[in-house]
Ligand binder design. Sequence first.
Ligand code: HEC
Length: 262
Amino acid sequence: MAPRMAAWALAVGTLGGLGCRQDMHDQPKYKPFRRSDFFGDERSARPLVEDTVARGQLREDAAYFTGKQGTAPVDVLPVPVTPALLRRGQERFTIYCTPCHGQTGRGDGMVVQRGYRRPPSFHIDRLRNEKAGYLYDVMTSGFGAMPDYATQVAPPDRWAIVAYVRALQLSENARLEDVPAEERAALAAAPLVPSAGEVTTPGAAGSAPGLPPPGPAAGAPGAVPARPASEPPPSQRPRANEPAGAPAATASPHRSPGQERR
Ligand code: HEC
């Protein structure tokens, strides 16, 4: 009984709809950028309703998302500092910050060398003493002539960059006493690889006895056994983000190899 009725219904439906029912084809929906006759501005794409939050996007943790507790910048990073975080920070810093701030954070990036306003060095006392949340806030909101990087750099990466800037600051202010006593001997024995900036300086700064003359060979790892007393400032020393044995002989005196390539 029931199957027969269903068959009837199907037959009637098919006949009745022949050639004129296109519901599945012409759905009452908007395709992207399609014009709307309904809304005053004729756009089918509508802005988000004010004061609504998409699921999972409620940024309740103010310290994490703004770098501030109330109006005061947070003192310490709200995330654990791990080698992975530092590596990520180094990578993001190199992409987004070095064009102006330079690889060492001295404010001598390529854009600045081409005439952009020079930012302060990260190694001045004021910025070394600034709280972690302050650095985060500069990226989030911008600062003076510096645009904000909120769109380009998501909150987790902003904290990674803060961690890396802190590491940069430490590296420029490290003292021998900061190295555990038992590690110091190893430090003295470790070969130092000269960067391009350094290789050009021994002549000018007076090379120390035992120092090989500047040239292609000096770029080889382990070529320089000791540092002269008149060593260049720490900023010109090689760092983790510069490949060892970079093409030293071809670089110009006032640029580090990283800046030449990036
Ligand atoms: C387009 C160039 C440019 C880029 C890219 C840039 N900055 Fe800056 N930054 C500046 C300039 C210029 C200033 C100084 C602004 C001023 O004093 O008006 C500055 C200042 C700063 C300061 C110091 C603020 C103070 O209190 O003096 C910090 C911290 C900083 N930038 C961090 C960053 C970080 C982190 C990045 C990467 C996410 C970055 N900047 C990317 C140009 C840049």
